[in-house]
Every structure is written in C-alpha cells, then in structure tokens.
Design a protein around this ligand. Sequence first.
Ligand code: FAD
Length: 339
Amino acid sequence: MNQDILVCLEANEDELHPSSLELLGKAVELTQPCGGSIYGIVMRDTRKLLNDLRGLPLQKVFVCRSCHTYDAQECAEAVVECVRQVDPSVLLIPGTCFGRSIAPRIAVACRTGLTADCTELERTGDGGLIQIRPAFGGNIMAKIVTDHTRPQMATVRPGVMLPCAREGDRMPELCTLSGESKGRVRLLDIQPVKRAAGIAAQKVLVAAGRGVKKKEDLRMLNDLAERLGGSLACSRALVEKGFLPHEKQIGLSGATVCPDLLLTFGISGSVQFQAGIRRAKKIIAINCNPNAKIFDVAHIPICGDMYEILPKLIERLKGVERKGSDNAGLPLVGEKIDF
Ligand SMILES: Cc1cc2nc3c(=O)[nH]c(=O)nc-3n(C[C@H](O)[C@H](O)[C@H](O)COP(=O)(O)OP(=O)(O)OC[C@H]3O[C@@H](n4cnc5c(N)ncnc54)[C@H](O)[C@@H]3O)c2cc1C
C-alpha cells in the first residue's frame, strides 16, 4: 500500500516557515515504521526559497508558479493537483492562517476527512494515521482516524512538533506545476509588515495567572521578564480580565511556546494551559497552593506567595547585574534560591 506523505510547505519569498520544518520532522517519524517517500509543495519559486530546501528529507518538491497572489482557492487547487499526481496516503498542512484557509477547500475537493489543529500524530499497526487533538475543551485527547478515504488529512498546530534536522546540502528533485492563474485576486503591490516576535519565539517567558490581583502588579512581572532578557505572557484568566491581550496567552486557545526557561506566577496549571507548555525546557512554578497542578510539570516548584517571592527575586537579579554576571539571561537555574 502507498505510504507516501505530501507536506504543504508554507514559505515567504526567502525561506520556509518554521511550521514546515516541524511537519517534515513528523513526516520523517511517520515514514519510519512503514516506509514511503516524503513529497513537498511550495507556492513560491524564488531562488532563495528553493535554496532553503537543501538538506531536507524531501524526495521531490512541486513548485507552483501561479500562486503568487496568496489566493487561498488557487493555492488549494494547486495542492489538489499535486494530490492527483502523487496520490499520497497522508497530507499534512500547517495549522497557520494560510494552512487553515486552504485545508478545508482541499478536503472538499478530494472528498476526504480533515482533522484540524492536531497536536500529535501516530501510526496504526497497518500504517493508518492517528490524528490526535484536544477535544471537549481540552479535557480529553481525541484519536481520530480516516478509515475509508485518502489522503488522510491533518493540519498541525505550529510549535508542537520537533523540527527536522538538515543533512548535507542535497537538493530535492524540483517539479514545476503547470497551470495558469485562474484566481480572482489580482496582486497590485506587496508591502511587508514587520511584526514583533511573539511569545512563541521567546527563549525566556514570565507567565502571569489569576494569582495576580491588580493590573498594575504586572509591572513587577514585566520588570523580571526584561531583566531575564525575555517577555511577559499569561494564562487565559488574565486575558479574560482584560489585563493583557490575547497574543500574550499561552495554551490551547493561545500560543504554544517552547522557551528555555518559563516562570509561572499564580497559574494553577489547567490542562488547557499545559497544552501550550509541553516543549518548555525548564519550568519554575510559583504558586501558594501545594496541590496546584502546575507543580506536576514544573522542574522547580516553589510553593509560596508570589507577592513575597517576586520582589526578592528581582532584588536578587539586581545583585547579579551589579556584579556583572555574563550569564544574566539565566542566572537562576542550578542556583540555590533562599526566600
Ligand atoms: C475550550 C477552552 C480553552 C481554554 N484555553 C485556555 C488557554 O489557551 N490558556 C489558558 O491559560 N486557559 C485556557 N482555558 C481556561 C482554563 O481552563 C483555566 O480556567 C485557566 O487556565 C486558569 O488560569 P489560571 O491558572 O491563571 O487561574 P486559576 O486556575 O484561577 O489559578 C490561579 C492560581 O493562582 C494561585 N495563587 C493565587 N494567589 C496567589 C499568590 N499570591 N501567590 C501564588 N499563587 C497564587 C492559586 O493557588 C491558583 O492555583 C481554556 C478553557 C476552555 C474551556
């Protein structure tokens, strides 16, 4: 049985989006038990972008030249054409704005099922794809299979899978997808917008939860985040209170983060919050409730009142800065902290 995987590679003019590398990392894992080749499709054909395909585990990449208008319908049609040529068993699409806009159109055209926003993918014994995602408000992880139709389609939440490693600089075979642009969108001009890096890209995060009593108290947490060279984030509780905007929210309905260091203050550690922090390398949790669920996943659990601990932590960091530590970014890990 054909076990090939087609990966829809999101990219800008210069390089692949990190979510494309994450999908390729997972595709490699999925081909290991049952074989199959990995194919890709990109919607741009700039020299820099094609060069970014070097060393990736791709047998062949379809390059679509007519999709430069970013028209979702046109991009979806290009992927459907590619599906007809490759006849893959699995089609993976990033769960980004771009991926979410094309995936349902492709599923309808291919008359197959689609599981959106998967956080894990596994194989069944006979090579089927188990598409795993939180359901019922994140309280259960649903395992979904597409038994009767192909391809088995899934969009995957950015930031949850490990990106694939590049090996050597082999260029995958390139194949131009023919076809004139039939889209209804006419591209007049492109004006790139510079966006500040979001919390998903930060190496250090200080996350605030409902334990924060007043909005002004966030100033202290922001001060701590800046001293550590990181950024402020929060649980959904603080977004609902109007203390911080949604782009600062970690979790199931917020961002998936993968910082080297995450400090949480007054966060209970609900399943929905934990869904966003699985890839955090070191978690220091401060909570006054010894039974808080966040302590189950924290590497360093600190039980106490954040309003007593936080000023001491900041004072201590000021001391480290005065001494001129050359690792001011991560001075706490491995050190004994007396409160
Ligand atoms: C479909 C759905 C999606 C959701 N998505 C998300 C999501 O993406 N992200 C998210 O965060 N939530 C999400 N939620 C909400 C989630 O269920 C929780 O309600 C939320 O995470 C709770 O936030 P919290 O931990 O800040 O608040 P709480 O659960 O109220 O916890 C506050 C904690 O602060 C501690 N505390 C209080 N005072 C102090 C103090 N002085 N010092 C130290 N500790 C103190 C308490 O002991 C407590 O543990 C979602 C819910 C649903 C149904």
